[in-house]
Design a protein around this ligand. Structure first.
Ligand code: ZN
Length: 405
């Protein structure tokens, strides 16, 4: 069998490593993988079909490292409630719809942070064998939280008298990663309030090492200095949110190679949501959300300077945080915080792939899976153009090419 080779001439190539974009590079694709990345005048290209994307920026398929697929970003309370109380068949169609929204924005992998019914894991299990599944899902199933503490929407409590490890690795241990909740939510009425940890370091450590034995990484929801410190010391793979975690924790994370998923867009969504609520809410809520966002952007820049690995995650499914389009907003926030476009894209591609253990994903380089997107704008406008993708290559297949539009 002869394999078809197709080449794509990128006007600008952002390869996912964080390196500066390169002009006029040609990506040669064969058998679903990138075979070479060459200069446009390389003699190896003779006789190869070349798709002209010379007026486009090409970047790797994106990864949203923190979503809740069964929940929508709607801010209608009744609608949110209905979604959670409707039957699985309805919720299954909601998940499928959200995956389409991710695909529209160039996202080909999502890491789910859990839901109360374990719907996303069930969906993944049921659809795993369906050919043509475009978006890869890694699912936590149900998160684990302490009794009486925050976490019901995304998981279940660990019963009194049992350890997390006994609860999570008793009978059903099937999941892609373990999700633990180790703090509360951010206060929207008082700036910078830190909630106590839900678990102690010994208990976290036992849970994380049980997860490791099952080949599962651990993601920990933690805001505030102490909850983050305990999770990092206990050996978690990633800190989710990390609002008000402070610089000492960032140094610890850089040292130990713990990834941070800051979900800054959740605070931007609250500002917009509360604005729309007008007189119905306390006007100080919007002010606190704005201060939380500013504080988080300063932390993002500090983490970048300290060499912490950041993976872009949105918490899509939270109020006002929509699947797919919020990736665009989070990328824009990284850039506002101090990242280059290339650096922000690395967080939304290669760093996410490493966190999800998708070793052949997240960058455009020889041997990697050929997953990339093109937008007809220069590099600096890529985040703004995420919903105007003109060419999508998924596992080497050109799904849509409107290069002559
Ligand atoms: Zn979440």
């Amino acid at each position: 069998m002869t394999l078809t080779t197709v080449a794509y001439h990128a006007g600008w190539l952002v390869d996912g490593t964080g390196n500066a974009a390169e002009e006029n590079r040609v990506i040669v694709v064969c058998d679903g993988r990138v075979r070479h990345v060459l200069d446009v005048d390389d003699p190896k290209l003779q006789g190869t079909t070349i798709v002209d994307l010379s007026d486009c920026t090409v970047f790797p398929a994106l990864i949203d490292s923190h979503v809740h697929l069964v929940m929508s970003g709607t801010t209608e309370a009744s609608c949110r409630k209905n979604q959670l109380n409707s039957g699985y068949e309805k919720r299954k169609s909601i998940i499928a719809e959200h995956l389409e929204r991710h695909f529209d924005c160039g996202v080909l992998a999502v890491r789910d942070g859990g839901d109360h019914n374990g719907d996303t894991l069930r969906y993944k299990t049921e659809t795993a064998e369906v050919p043509g599944a475009k978006v890869t899902i890694a699912s936590a199933g149900r998160a684990r939280h302490a009794p009486g503490r925050y976490g019901k929407l995304i998981g279940i409590p660990v019963e009194e008298g049992r350890t997390i490890a006994q609860n999570a690795f008793g009978s059903n241990t099937r999941r892609d990663h373990l999700k633990l909740v180790n703090s509360g939510l951010n206060s929207l009425t008082q700036f910078g309030v830190e909630t106590p940890p839900q678990f102690d370091e010994t208990e976290l450590m036992a849970a994380i090492s049980a997860a490791k034995k099952h080949g599962q990484p651990t993601m920990v929801h933690a805001n505030g200095r102490l909850p983050v410190k305990l999770a990092v010391n206990a050996g978690c793979d990633s800190i989710e949110h990390g609002f008000f975690m402070g610089e000492e924790n960032m140094r610890r994370m850089a040292d130990k190679g713990v990834t941070w998923v800051p979900t800054a867009v959740t605070m931007k969504a609250y500002i917009n949501y509360l604005k729309r609520q007008g007189h119905r809410s306390d006007p100080s809520f919007g002010e606190i959300s704005r201060k939380n966002l500013e504080h988080q952007l300063a932390q993002i820049n500090a983490a970048r300077e300290l060499g912490v690995a950041l993976a872009l995650g949105t918490d899509a499914g939270s109020p006002g945080v929509h699947h797919g389009t919020s990736v665009k907003e989070e990328l824009q926030l990284y850039i506002t915080a101090g990242f280059s476009v290339e650096g922000a894209i690395r967080c939304a591609s290669r760093n996410g792939a490493l966190l999800m253990r998708l070793s052949d994903r997240g960058k455009i380089a020889p041997g990697m899976r050929a997953d990339f997107m093109a937008v007809r704008v220069p590099v600096e406008q890529v985040p703004d153009a995420l919903n105007q993708i003109v060419c999508r290559v998924v596992q080497g297949r050109n799904i849509k090419t409107n290069v002559n539009d």
